[in-house]
Ligand binder design. Structure first.
Ligand code: DX5
Ligand code: ZN
Length: 221
């Protein structure tokens, strides 16, 4: 069976009790912590920086942390997030001047690297870097906020990227972010995704374990 990763997005967690709430989502079965970084420049919202990530590590969070940079410029923050304890760092290719350099910088700092595609960002950004990405993240909403609805056109885009990954022969993760719920996760997996970010679907319900169990049941169907 395919190894699926579920990544609770702590953008929807209780920020006043972030360590506790993150630990709760992991104890409920989350595999990876999805950490959304917004700068009020690349996206119209402002969230967390490296200090918050380090605080989670100091609190005792040992699971992989997937840093989704929605910032411009990109490079300045990479060493800081790596030092704070990031496991994956992904960025939006149109937000950096030098995509190859930013990917290299992430790797040099010992993290897994990836590119993020907004709903209308062309996949051609992948043309010369398939050998350099560990993960490709497709946004299924426009970035900036949790709780938005899944944009159905993402399914076709996922199928295209799945084909590219399979043809490349590289073990690249295909991650999807935005509007992922119990009732659409099976369809999203069928389109080729193997890593699923879910914010409001998990943190919006009192029983995180029930949501995550239900998601896994859907994935096993
Ligand atoms: C949006 C963020 C997402 C967000 C997803 O820009 O990148 O990670 O937390 O939230 P939901 O799962 O509620 O759509
Ligand atoms: Zn995200």
């Amino acid at each position: 069976m395919k190894q699926y990763l579920l990544a609770p997005s702590i953008l929807s967690a209780d920020f006043a009790r972030l360590g506790e709430d993150t630990a709760k989502a992991l104890a409920a079965g989350g595999d990876v912590v999805h950490f959304d970084v917004m700068d009020n420049h690349y996206v119209p919202n402002l969230t967390m920086g490296p200090m918050v990530l380090k605080a989670l590590r100091d609190y005792g969070i040992t699971a992989p942390i997937d840093v989704h940079l929605m910032v411009k410029p990109v490079d300045r923050l990479i060493p800081d997030f790596a030092a704070a304890g990031a496991s994956y760092i992904t960025f939006h290719p149109e937000a950096t001047q030098h995509i190859d350099r930013s990917l290299q910088l992430i790797k040099e700092h010992g993290c897994k690297a990836g590119l993020v595609f907004n709903p209308a960002t062309p996949l051609s950004y992948l043309d010369y870097v398939m050998d350099k990405v560990d993960v490709i993240l497709l946004m299924s909403v426009n970035p900036g906020f949790g709780g938005q609805s899944f944009i159905p056109g993402t399914l076709d885009k996922l199928r295209q990227v799945r084909k590219l990954i399979d043809q490349s022969g590289y073990g690249i993760r295909l991650e999807v972010d935005g509007g992922v719920k119990v009732d659409n996760i099976a369809e999203i997996a069928a389109a080729g995704a193997d890593m699923f970010v879910a914010g409001s679907a998990i943190f919006g319900k009192p029983d995180y374990k029930k949501v995550i169990d239900d998601m896994r049941t859907e994935l096993e169907k």
